[in-house]
Design a protein around this ligand. Structure first.
Ligand code: NAD
Ligand code: G6P
Ligand code: MN
Length: 444
């Protein structure tokens, strides 16, 4: 190990995940030493609440770490090694509309899938590219670890617009699901498994899972999937614990039933059972409302409490245990660990019978010079068919954003598996355009 200490900027400093990630960074300092943490956000007021509370926590627990928070890009991105990016352009107010507008037309309303994900993508592309450009201007050697959603569309946009940038796009869903699978087979951690996996972000399948001795774990995991999906398995994380997530983990049983040769990502439920999802949705109260009443209230409440008391002792702040994968990834780059991660990367043959320019989610080996892809071979017709449709949606969104094309965005919505017709696609699109007038490029 080298003795370097790293400077990290958290973009989206006002995120509900920021305190958990900041505390997790402190807990992991032995293996990932830190000299400076900076929060950056474009909403000064929202960020200030989170930052002031974290500042108190840091002063009490790690006074040696320099801490700053700012809305000024030059201050935020100068002299840094890593950007951890989790921005939400339009915040929860827009997430709520992404979810509720499609539901008006009987279509799935979801943050990253279907029309909601398309709308969010049209907002996120500009925000993420802007942060990438700031990083490259002020700290050209830094790496951006991006988990801003919708990661599939954001990744396609960075491939098209900034192909040489030092950005790694990653998602935490497979991490949690692999923890659950490890639990199903009596292993302590997903790190005791080696997996084969292919797909797009929030749209993938495991097709082989071995322990470190090479024993096949699929039969045992399949037994669990067939009886209860992921519902009975535990994972050491404080995320994905609300009732609605439990339904999703349970529903994975029915998703699994469609192809029992593979283990599915939970997000496939929106594509394979949209009728069920719409039926169980309340168009007046969606996941955005749950998150605002739950996580947002809890995190901002704890922050205000710390600020009022002037101390973070007994604060209700908790390190985000599941987010240690971010440190694993940073360490892989910083220390050339060559650890395996599922990343969202240009296919270029790694999935042999699939579009070479697609951004696929596959296992990669990560070291100080970036990633090397692990070839996943050919995929079956069912998955290939689904992925071809979905990747076309994602590409059309990015083209629509670049060209300002109404036509292409209408095509994207029409092609989305959850949207029943071009007519309904157009109605949803026209509502989304009005709702997103401050965020989307003008469409012609
Ligand atoms: P949040 O709304 O609490 O936080 C997002 C923050 O980003 C806000 O403070 C907002 O002001 C800020 N922001 C918006 N646009 C910005 C811009 N252009 N520049 C700088 N800051 C900007 O949201 P959250 O629920 O905490 O989630 C944050 C992000 O992390 C979302 O994109 C979410 O989808 C993503 N996320 C991804 C994964 C994954 O698996 N990839 C997991 C969890 C969360
Ligand atoms: C999973 C996904 C993320 C997504 C999150 C939503 O972790 O991988 O991409 O942002 O769930 O969680 P929420 O609690 O905000 O609905
Ligand atoms: Mn994700």
């Amino acid at each position: 190990m080298n003795d370097k200490k790293y400077a990290v900027t958290v973009a989206g400093g006002g995120s509900t995940f920021t305190p958990g990630i900041a505390l997790m960074l402190l807990e992991e300092r032995e293996r990932f030493p830190i000299r400076k943490i900076t929060f950056y956000d474009n909403d000064a007021e929202r960020q200030e609440t989170v930052a002031k509370a974290c500042e108190i926590y840091l002063h009490e627990n790690a006074p040696d770490i320099e801490f700053n928070y700012t809305t000024d890009p030059e201050t935020a991105f100068t002299d840094i090694d890593f950007v951890l990016a989790h921005i939400r352009v339009g915040k929860y107010a827009m997430r709520e509309l992404d979810e509720k507008i499609p539901l008006k037309y009987g279509v799935v309303g979801q943050e990253t899938c279907g029309p909601g994900g398309i709308a969010y993508g049209m907002r996120s592309i500009g925000g993420v590219i802007e942060i990438l450009d700031y990083m490259e201007k002020y700290s050209p050697n830094a790496w951006m670890l991006n988990y801003s959603n919708p990661a599939a569309i954001v990744a396609e946009a960075t491939r098209r617009l900034r192909p040489d940038s030092k950005i790694l796009n990653i998602c935490d869903m497979p991490i949690d699901l692999e923890e659950k699978m490890a639990n199903m087979v009596g292993l302590k951690s997903r790190k005791e498994m080696n997996v084969g996996y292919y797909g797009l972000n929030h749209f993938g399948w495991w097709y082989k899972i071995y322990d470190k001795e090479g024993n096949d774990l699929m039969p045992e995991i399949k037994k669990h999937m067939a009886s209860n999906g992921y519902a009975d398995a535990l994972s050491d994380t404080n995320q994905h614990i609300d009732e609605s997530w439990k339904h999703t983990f349970q529903k994975a049983r029915d998703v699994y039933a469609v192809d029992p040769t593979t283990i599915p990502n939970t997000y496939l439920k929106y594509y394979l059972y949209p009728d069920y999802v719409v039926e169980e949705s309340n168009p007046e109260y969606t996941r955005a409302n749950e998150v605002m009443a739950g996580r947002e209230k809890q995190v901002f409440g704890a922050c205000r409490d710390i600020i009022a008391k002037g101390t973070a002792k007994d604060s209700g702040f908790e390190a985000d245990a599941h987010a240690t994968y971010i440190v694993d990834l940073a360490c892989a780059i910083a220390e050339n660990t060559m650890e395996r991660f599922l990343l969202i990367v240009p296919n270029e043959g790694a999935v042999y019978n699939f579009e070479p320019t697609a951004m696929v989610e596959i296992p990669c080996i990560v070291g100080s010079n970036g990633y090397e892809k692990i070839c996943q071979g050919s995929i079956p017709t069912f998955q290939k068919g689904m992925m071809e449709e979905q990747v076309a949606v994602e590409k059309l969104v990015v083209e629509a954003w670049i060209e300002g094309s109404y036509q292409k965005l209408w095509q994207a919505l029409t092609l989305s598996k959850m949207v029943p017709s071009a007519k309904i696609a157009k109605q949803i699109l026209d509502d989304l355009i009005v709702a997103n007038e401050h965020f989307w490029p003008t469409l012609k």
